[in-house]
Design a protein around this ligand. Structure first.
Ligand SMILES: [Fe+2]
Ligand SMILES: [Fe+2]
Length: 276
């Protein structure tokens, strides 16, 4: 199957069967032809009614994870993030050129990452179904997708996807693995552990490429320079900062420290103003 056909199936196909496609072999479209095809980023990825996006917002549970319903809402939200990741990665495959060996390798990396995200989605949905729920039972948001329009280069895409969203995922997976483990919910905890392990490699992929592309610029400054406004490194971490998965992903210590210390001054001041 050609790369563009694979990516289009995920982005413009509306069923889960489309989104979870896994061809044995993916070949690069001819460079010239690929560049001639104009790719228009859709307003939203296609989704059938059953798994469609909703403007309604369901709050992520703050606690009470011993309750099946809270577990289900959490799993449902995690699964949606995996599916959104597949759709954004498919858009990345269609949006950037692959006329150099380096870009071909970069896209191979994205394809393998999509396979992992599809697996994560399935693992979460399995747990959801074990609890008696289905994917689509709760409203689904498209929050991450809204950033896609600004990611017009592989550099920006990598800064946002791997170094920001997937980096934050290292904290969430670490934190919730422990929550569910402590509750004796080992099946859910095991899934989070597997996701964590894969996400470390996804962040590692980002570190490798930004390191290549930054040339003699300092990694942290380069990373920040690639973030589209209003996205800041505040989004690259959860409330509970996990140091060791970042180290395993190959983030330099100074980078991790800058990420840890980063404070979104604007938001902090704003928040204070609201309280007054
Ligand atoms: Fe994932
Ligand atoms: Fe990932």
């Amino acid at each position: 199957m050609e790369l563009s056909e694979f990516a289009k199936k995920i982005l413009f196909g509306s069923t889960l069967e489309d989104k979870l496609i896994r061809p044995d072999k993916i070949e690069f479209d001819d460079d010239q032809k690929f560049r001639e095809k104009v790719f228009n980023l859709p307003f939203k990825p296609a989704r059938s009614e059953q798994i469609g996006f909703s403007d309604e917002n369901i709050k992520f549970p703050k606690g009470h994870f011993h309750l099946k319903e809270k577990q289900a809402i959490a799993l449902h939200s995690f699964a949606n993030h995996e599916l959104l990741a597949c759709e954004m990665m498919a858009a990345a495959l269609l949006r950037y050129p692959h006329d150099t060996e380096e870009l071909k390798r970069f896209k191979r990396g994205i394809i393998n990452t999509i396979f992992d995200e599809q697996k994560h989605f399935k693992l979460y949905v399995q747990q959801l179904e074990r609890l008696g729920y289905s994917f689509g039972d709760y409203p689904l948001n498209d929050f991450f997708w809204s950033y896609m329009k600004d990611l017009d280069t592989p550099e920006k895409y990598t800064a946002v996807m791997a170094m920001t969203f997937e980096s934050a995922n290292l904290d969430f997976a670490t934190y919730y693995e422990k929550i569910f483990r402590d509750l004796g919910e080992d099946e859910i905890a095991d899934v989070l552990l597997e996701v964590l392990k894969d996400e470390i490699s996804h962040v590692g992929f980002g570190v490798r490429y930004l390191n290549k592309w930054r040339e003699d610029r300092e990694l942290w400054n380069y990373y920040i320079s690639q973030l589209p406004w209003p996205l800041t490194p505040a989004r690259s971490k959860g409330q509970h900062f996990a140091y060791s998965p970042r180290l395993k992903a190959g983030m330099p210590r100074e980078f991790i420290q800058s990420q840890k210390n980063y404070k979104d001054e604007f938001k902090v001041t704003k928040r204070k103003e609201w309280k007054q």
